[in-house]
Ligand binder design. Structure first.
Ligand code: G3H
Length: 482
């Protein structure tokens, strides 16, 4: 999709391959291909976005609220027709289980409806008019300009749309680059984009970041860089912009969310929440629990119950019944996870579950590592995959000090019963992270809740409410009673 037209791509293409084998002897499956765009096509797409925004004078940025809503409603109703196709591609391209793929699709549809609802409220008459000291003010939220939007592979639909949809509805024009994995699943949606939005309002960039996103950033025309992914890419792209003062950043980055299990915690509850928290979608979630701190008095019991449950998790293809662990889309990930395991072992940890580290071509069974210390890579790195480090603490000050020293600050899970211990801890934890989950695992949703982080974990906030504000600027028209 370029310049609002669906074009038949004549140039070179890149194969899209699934790590899931469709043959009894393992062989990755060829799913299709995408255009290999280069600098020339990227700059054409940029010119299209620029002429649609037209320095704020284009049809889209000046369109009435009701008309923009109609475009968005038209898009979402067409999108719903693509559910089966998109869900199938979510399974094949990134290995997400069928229930989770369906959930991702449905959650995204709901996200769009909630965005429309919030956008209406934002523009509701009562919210817009105010009179102070004889001056009437009509408050508006106005678009910022051209938004470059880059989504992650683990939520190629939902998270990408949590940038794209608010950016669009606020009247910006959007250049959007999908992640390396989870890219074909956008194809069924291209027609809906084309028919719902005016020409040039949305352009899709297929290709490598350095070939398509870099020249766009260098142009200096991008007003907002919105990215969910790693800070290395965010910093590299940001540095290419010739005038950083003119660039707004909306970023969802790395995290190392801890679980802290206090001596009086309900251990069975903590075990089941830590399983889903650390290993849903094979741990490939920025909100995943990436380190577990367990009090020394309950470590044996917790470890025994936790490892038994991990070993009972079913591995298989995403569409199989009750499957929990699935093939990893990134071919190099098992090697990386193995490196973390080897390093932890060399520094004094053991793999404490029986199946931990078992390998197949594109998969490694989750390894539970214990006891963790700060010499280990897995203590410092965001593993984003199937490995669960467990660390012992004697005094609650130990995990608190570690969190304070960490580069990250997204969320924490706190397990404990005694309100007199938990309540003062919450007062501290909210100053270290942005969401404290009591007796439950970390998660982003529901999508109306603020999604952000401290330190290197985020810039800006991505709930629906906040995202509408992040992708716009507050303006107003002032007049006096005559
Ligand atoms: O990768 C990070 C995602 O935002 C995680 O979202 O908590 O809904 O799985 P989730």
């Amino acid at each position: 999709l370029q310049d609002g037209e669906l074009k038949i791509w004549q140039g070179e293409t890149t194969d899209v391959v699934s790590s899931i084998s469709s043959t009894p002897t393992y062989a990755p499956t060829l799913l299709g291909s995408i255009p290999s765009m280069g600098e020339k096509e990227a700059l054409e797409a940029l010119a299209s976005s620029d002429s649609a925004f037209k320095n704020g004078q284009g049809d889209w940025p000046t369109m009435k609220v009701q008309d923009r809503i109609k475009c968005m409603e038209s898009f979402v109703s067409q999108m719903k027709e693509t559910r089966n196709e998109v869900v199938k591609l979510l399974m094949w391209e990134i290995g997400k289980t069928l229930p989770d793929s369906e959930k991702e699709f449905d959650r995204t549809v709901e996200y769009i409806y909630d965005t429309i609802k919030d956008y209406k409220e934002l523009n509701h008459e009562g919210a817009r008019f105010t009179k102070v000291q004889g001056i009437n003010a009509m408050i508006k939220r106005s678009p910022l300009g051209i938004v470059l939007c880059l989504g992650p592979y683990n939520y190629p639909l939902n998270e990408t749309f949590s940038l794209l949809i608010p950016a669009l509805i606020m009247g910006n024009t959007v250049l959007f680059k999908p992640a390396k994995f989870g890219v074909l699943l956008l194809s069924p949606l291209l027609k809906a984009f084309q028919s719902a939005f005016p020409k040039g309002v949305i352009n899709v960039l297929y290709g490598r970041g350095r070939e398509v996103a870099a020249p766009i950033m260098k142009s200096g025309l991008v007003t907002v860089l919105s990215l969910i992914g790693n800070s290395k890419s965010a910093i590299a792209l940001q540095d290419l912009h010739p005038n950083k003062n003119k660039l707004r950043l909306i970023l969802g980055l790395e995290a190392k969310n801890p679980a802290i299990i206090l001596p009086d915690a309900n251990i069975d509850l903590a075990v089941s929440e830590c399983i889903s928290g650390s290993l849903s979608f094979n741990g490939q979630r920025c909100t995943a629990l990436k380190i577990i701190y367990v009090h020394e008095s309950i470590a044996d019991e917790f470890n025994k119950k936790f490892t038994a449950k991990v070993d009972a998790l079913k591995f298989g293809n995403p569409w199989e019944d009750n499957v929990f662990l699935t093939p990893l889309p990134e071919p190099d990930k098992p090697n990386y996870i193995q490196e973390l395991i080897d390093d932890a072992k060399a520094n004094g940890a053991s793999v404490i579950n029986q199946k931990g580290g078992e390998r197949s071509e594109n998969y490694i069974f989750p390894a539970v590592l214990f006891p963790i210390n700060k010499k280990m890579r897995v203590y410092h790195e965001e593993q984003f995959g199937p490995v669960v480090p467990i660390m012992i603490f004697k005094d609650i000050q130990e995990p608190l000090d570690d969190m304070a020293a960490s580069d990250y600050g997204q969320q924490v899970s706190l397990f404990g019963k005694d309100i007199n211990t938990v309540a003062p801890l919450i007062d501290v934890l909210v100053n270290l992270v942005c969401r404290v989950n009591l007796n439950s695992s970390c998660q982003r949703g529901p999508d109306v809740f603020p999604f952000t982080g401290r330190k290197d974990s985020a810039v800006g906030t991505l709930s629906i409410h906040d995202a509408l504000r992040s992708f716009s600027i507050r303006t107003f028209v002032a007049s006096k009673d005559n």
